[in-house]
Design a protein around this ligand. Structure first.
Ligand code: GDD
Length: 410
């Protein structure tokens, strides 16, 4: 892959945020170029083998899920964490059929679990991590909560890198690119504490009767502005380096995943920045993770070649995301009165008042959890735990397939 070198890197305490890097070509010929980094296919492939891709899914169109799963490079292990309905129709069972079918045809490794499986709640309780459980000891709703399950399963398999892709992507080819972009980011990194965040080149919308290739959505533009403001007020130098505040498509090293805190639901991505600013930034009072502070935390922001075309979930969903994002900024240790009052101006339409936005639930780091034990508990007790790997015996679905009844997504 040929990828632009970052023109500038913002250094904030132990955190290095590289400016946006564009993908010049998805493959390359090794030509010398002082402005670009040439990453060989062999290097990318060696990362893919150590990378698990987590796909959080909640009641998405099965055709889209099917396309997303097929597009993830074969060398990666795919971990699907579902929060889809079980009644009146068992959507999750249908998802498992889609996954099993792809595994049976390709032999790619898949792992799948349902977020609300009571055994997932018990396993969290057993390993001493109750922070994402509700009163009935089930895992709460929320994308972030699903991502935590996925990260622990990735760690239990000994993966060094964990990436995320949403299940509602219309274009399988773009999903494949996202995973290759993650691998390219890890090839460029110089520390075990690295995060790669993607910025979609365009997010097309239908405007009247034609496609309009939009660059920025309201949530991303607003979140980025405030995250940059936090940095600017702290350093005294204005910056626009953050362009991936809401990057649902991101990946991180397992080492970094173990020391991050996670904000609930969709606020998880902007909170990555807020947490890193608060805990590893310029004004840190107490060093909690000396190894990470010494090695430094690197954030790569890569602009994809492909546009991002996904399911639109409506205005109230967008408002919820904006509220979640801005609340993380408002409650950051770096936020001052000036930023707070600007933020309230932006939130008044959504909250219908000038009240302080409620703080998001934040879950502590998962690095101390015995992930192997967590996975073993699920494997031996959870009804929805499915692990399809090379030696998995022929399933009923495969038998059916071999009889000639091929799967049709519904
Ligand atoms: N396991 C699980 N549990 N998955 C969930 C849940 C849940 O409670 N809620 C949503 N998901 C899945 C969806 O099925 C989808 O695959 C993915 O999480 C993202 O959810 P969407 O509802 O499609 O989010 P979006 O497209 O509006 O926003 C995405 O992009 C934003 C950046 O523009 C998300 O990835 C955001 O987190 C991101 O900030």
């Amino acid at each position: 892959m040929l990828i632009e070198l970052p023109r500038h890197t913002e250094i904030f305490g132990s955190v290095k945020i590289h400016e946006l890097q564009r993908v010049i070509k998805l493959d390359s010929g090794g030509a010398e170029n002082p402005r670009a980094c040439d990453i060989t296919w062999e290097d990318i492939k060696s990362i893919l083998k150590r990378l698990a891709i987590v796909v959080p899914v909640k009641n998405e169109n099965l055709h889209l899920l099917d396309g997303v799963l097929r597009a993830i490079p074969f060398d990666c292990t795919v971990i699907i964490v579902s929060n889809s309905d079980r009644v009146p129709q068992d959507v999750h069972k249908m998802e498992r059929e889609v996954i099993t079918n792809i595994h049976n045809l390709s032999r790619q490794e898949f792992l799948c679990i349902h977020q609300k499986d009571p055994e997932v709640g018990f396993a969290f309780h057993d390993v001493g991590y109750d922070y994402l459980l509700d009163k009935s000891r089930l895992v709460r709703d929320g994308k972030s909560e699903g991502m935590i399950i996925g990260m622990l399963l990735a760690k239990s398999l000994g993966k060094d890198f964990i990436g995320f892709v949403d299940a509602d992507n219309y274009v399988p080819g773009s999903v494949r690119e996202y995973v290759l972009d993650y691998a390219a980011g890890f090839c460029m990194s110089k520390t075990p504490y690295t995060m790669v965040r993607l910025h979609w080149r365009y997010k097309p919308k239908v405007v009247e009767d034609r496609l309009y290739f939009k660059k920025w959505g309201r949530v991303s533009a607003t979140t980025n502005r405030y995250l940059n403001l936090l940095l600017s007020i702290c350093t005294g130098f204005e910056t626009e380096v953050v362009l991936t505040g809401n990057a649902g498509e991101h990946a991180l090293t397992t080492d970094l995943a173990g020391i991050m805190k996670y904000s609930t639901g969709y606020s998880v991505e902007p909170y990555h920045f807020v947490y890193l600013f608060d805990e590893f930034g310029q004004r840190v009072k107490e060093i909690l993770y000396p190894d990470a502070c010494n090695a430094g935390v690197e954030i790569f922001q890569i602009e994809t070649l492909n546009p991002h075309l996904h399911e639109e979930k409506g205005q109230s969903h967008i408002n919820d995301m904006l509220l979640g994002s801005l609340s993380t900024v408002y409650h950051s240790a770096l936020c001052n009165d000036e930023v707070m009052s600007e933020l309230l101006d932006d939130l008044v339409d959504i909250l219908q008042s000038w009240e302080t936005p409620p703080p998001n639930v934040v879950m502590p780091p998962i690095g101390g959890i015995d992930a192997v034990n967590f996975a073993k508990l699920l494997e031996s007790h959870a009804e929805t735990f499915t692990w399809l790997h090379e030696t998995t015996v022929k399933s009923e679905i495969e038998e059916e397939y071999l009889k000639g009844e091929s799967f049709q997504a519904v």
